[in-house]
Design a protein around this ligand. Structure first.
Ligand SMILES: Nc1ncnc2c1ncn2[C@@H]1O[C@H](COP(=O)(O)OP(=O)(O)O)[C@@H](O)[C@H]1O
Ligand SMILES: [Mg+2]
Length: 255
């Protein structure tokens, strides 16, 4: 393998006149857990979308294992193992927890070329079995037949995680996975994410506001501020950085 597992090279992203990402470069090594922090509006979610292929950068390249994947569509990146967390909007509210995960399992099978045609729940025993195991794994077994719309926020976040994991990513991308969780749910979620990525050898790119979570999960930290990546290093290096202290302690009380 040449170069890093995944890298963003000099990424710029403009929305019309607004420059949301400015010359952002970062790398993810295999097994690394790279946390991107920064105030609201800094461009974290936009950077995720560029990495996952949902947005095409105005300039710059995304490179995975030596291949330029900048022009590769999102679903093709998923096939290579770049898994982005499903957003709340992508959970099908009227469907049960089980069916939501089953859709993700089927999506993966279709990426793997094991299933012709577009995603469709054919609900084979194999698919249902895998979706059921995933729900068990994430402690959602009791919600198996509950429609997603009736599931609490914290459980819904776990359902999204189950759907992401059903894609069997090599890189898991989680955009604020513990947002809005109670402290108890948050602690449990962090343990769960930690265990799953360890057991499956998954690399992680994460954005998070809660500094406890950041330091528990992160092996590398980068700070985005107004679309610029201002600091990148080990959690300890970043914690000591005076600029980070100013950005956080000066402006962002809850972080
Ligand atoms: N679709 C869009 N059109 C125009 N501006 C956008 C769009 N999405 C995000 N932005 C702007 O880009 C900036 C970064 O947003 P975002 O990536 O969501 O930041 P973060 O995730 O760090 O809070 C914000 O100023 C936001 O208003
Ligand atoms: Mg965001």
């Amino acid at each position: 393998m040449t170069g890093p597992f995944l890298s963003a090279e000099r990424i710029h992203l403009d929305y019309g006149q607004i420059k949301v990402l400015k010359d952002v470069s970062l790398t993810l090594e295999e097994g690394e857990r790279h946390v991107i922090i920064g105030p609201n509006g800094a461009g974290k979610t936009t950077l995720f979308k560029v990495l996952s292929g949902e947005l095409r950068p105005t300039a710059g390249r995304i490179v995975m294992e030596g291949d330029d994947i900048s022009r590769t569509a999102g679903y093709q990146r998923v096939r290579r193992g770049v898994g982005r967390s499903f957003q709340v909007a992508r959970v099908f509210h009227e469907m049960t927890a089980l069916d939501n995960v089953a859709v993700a399992v089927e999506a993966r099978q279709s990426f793997e070329g094991r299933k012709p045609g577009f995603w469709r729940i054919s609900a084979t025993p194999e698919v249902i079995g895998e979706a059921t195991r995933m729900l068990d794994e994430l402690g959602l077994a009791n919600l198996r037949d509950t429609p997603a719309s009736a599931i609490s926020h914290g459980d819904r976040k776990r359902l999204e995680l189950a759907m992401s994991l059903a894609l069997r990513p090599r890189i898991l991308m989680l955009d604020e996975p513990t947002a809005g969780m109670s402290p108890t749910d948050r602690t449990a979620a962090v343990k769960l994410i930690d265990r799953i990525i360890r057991e499956n050898g998954i690399s992680l790119i994460l954005t998070e506001h809660d500094m406890g979570v950041v330091f528990q999960l992160g092996t590398r930290l980068s700070v985005l501020n107004y679309g610029e990546l201002v600091v990148s290093g080990t959690p300890e290096e970043v914690r000591r950085n005076p600029m980070v202290r100013e950005i956080y302690l000066g402006r962002n009380a809850h972080a």
